[in-house]
Design a protein around this ligand. Structure first.
Ligand SMILES: *Cc1c(COP(=O)(O)O)cnc(C)c1O
Length: 438
């Protein structure tokens, strides 16, 4: 096999700059990306052999780290049976077992699972579920959604319309995106005292728009890509009550918060509530490949199936991809398995990371230009009082041996759950250095 040499990288990177789109990037790229040649455990290996601890878990997905023997075996085992078959008219064991597992793990009442390709697609499916449900219930006028300012729900058109109306991409697509109803962002802080004025705000907004609303859409307890903004579970409980009172569905987007990231298995668990529709993605396959799901209650499923069309109108080509489903099953098994049996044991791992991040990020409070430092579960955030100089911040983290990808005014980490204490300390040092430099 031909080895890619250092000189090849010069040519490859030139081709990358010339031909390849990167996330939210221009052509040609403003800052060339860094080549990665491998990854193992919690470390990325760069061209030239340099290793970086991945403080991002590859955008919050690689919770068990890279090249995990159990996940590798799940992929190769499934590969020996079949990589993919269509899901229309056919079914398979990994798809069925994964659906069963998600029903068991998720909040009570979510019984039916739509397996799809990516987080954004699961949001599209979830929106369709809500609209089809309301139509079937004889309320075809309920076509708008209520979302929270500061939210992020994906990049496809239906999902984009739910993202923050100012920080999102609404301006670019004015006239194309449906105009939804936005509530103010809840006050910051999971433990912050409940703000009666905010409760009154959502009460009034839901009451005013209920006749045209199909659902309320939230990222439970932590708004992610819209600003790494934690908020109190009490507001979720009130939204649950309001939905029941006004005949709306509650749609919980747990694509970022699911599988233990915030210190509970699902963000909804902090509030002790169950939504009518729930989406998962990101960490579902432990970061191995793309897969997401939209779950719903029997009431929603029966409503849709008894309505016009008699079916949920969605069916992607790669629905329930067997390789991805087999990997997700292995990932969910690792998540709960005790560490002494080779598992990740999120219930121990996440609180340990939380404690280490609290200690490790504390020095950032003393830095000039730092507005806030916050930790929730395995999420650590340093918010600056100015936009991050991404190039300078990234370089400072790399000098500490850590990979970070800051955005807007935020330097943050979502470490793999399998980080050793040493790794978390290094990551925290990287975040502090990046905040100081950025
Ligand atoms: C990442 C994310 C999405 C979109 O998922 P993709 O797989 O990138 O399409 C949706 N909602 C939330 C909360 C997310 O964090």
């Amino acid at each position: 096999m031909r080895r890619v040499t250092a000189t090849d990288w010069t040519a490859l990177l030139a081709a990358d700059t010339r031909h390849v789109w990167h996330p939210y990037g221009p052509i040609p790229a403003a800052v060339p990306p860094r080549p990665v040649v491998g990854a193992r455990g919690v470390r990325l290996e760069l061209d030239g052999g340099r290793e970086l601890i991945d403080g991002m878990s590859s955008w919050w997905c690689a919770i068990h780290g890279y090249r995990h023997p159990v996940l590798d075996a799940a992929v190769t085992g499934q590969l020996g049976r079949m990589a993919h078959v269509m899901f229309g008219g056919l079914t398979h064991e990994p798809g069925i077992r994964l659906a069963q597992r998600l029903v068991e793990l998720s909040p009570a009442g979510l019984e039916h699972v739509f397996l799809c390709d990516s987080g954004s697609v699961s949001i599209e499916v979830a929106i369709k579920m809500a609209l089809q449900f309301q139509r079937a219930a004889g309320r075809p006028g309920r076509t708008r959604l209520l979302s929270l300012r500061g939210g992020y729900h994906g990049d496809t058109f239906g999902a984009m319309a739910l993202c923050d109306p100012v920080g999102g991409m609404h301006q670019l697509f004015t006239g194309v995106l449906p105009a939804h109803v936005f509530a103010d962002r809840p006050p910051r802080g999971v433990d912050a005292p409940v703000d009666e004025a905010y409760l009154a705000h959502i009460d009034a907004l839901v009451a005013r728009h209920a006749h045209e609303l199909a659902a309320v859409v939230v990222e439970p307890v932590l708004q992610g890509a819209g600003g790494m903004h934690p908020y109190a579970p009490a507001y979720l409980r009130r939204l649950r009550e309001l939905c029941d009172e006004h005949g709306l569905l509650l749609l919980a987007d747990e694509i970022a918060t699911g599988f233990g990231r915030t210190g509970a298995l699902f963000g909804c668990d902090h509030a002790g509530i169950a939504p009518d529709i729930l989406t998962v993605g990101k960490a579902l396959t432990g970061g191995y490949m793309t897969l997401a799901a939209a779950l719903c209650t029997t009431r929603v499923a029966e409503g849709i199936s008894g309505g016009e069309g008699g079916a949920l109108m969605h069916g992607p080509t790669f629905m329930a991809n067997p390789l991805a489903c087999a990997t997700a099953l292995a990932s969910l098994d690792l998540l709960e398995r005790p560490a002494r049996e080779g598992g990740t044991e999120w219930r121990r791992a996440v609180p340990a990371i939380e404690t280490a991040l609290r200690d490790g990020l504390a020095p950032a409070r003393e830095l000039p230009g730092v507005a806030d430092v916050r930790v929730l579960g395995a999420v650590g955030v340093v918010q600056l009082d100015h936009p991050v100089d991404v190039a300078a911040a990234t370089a400072a983290a790399i000098a500490q041996g850590v990979w970070l990808r800051p955005f807007r005014d935020l330097v943050y980490t979502m470490p793999p759950y399998v980080c050793e204490p040493y790794d978390v300390d290094r990551i925290a040092a990287g975040v502090v250095a990046a905040a100081a430099a950025g």
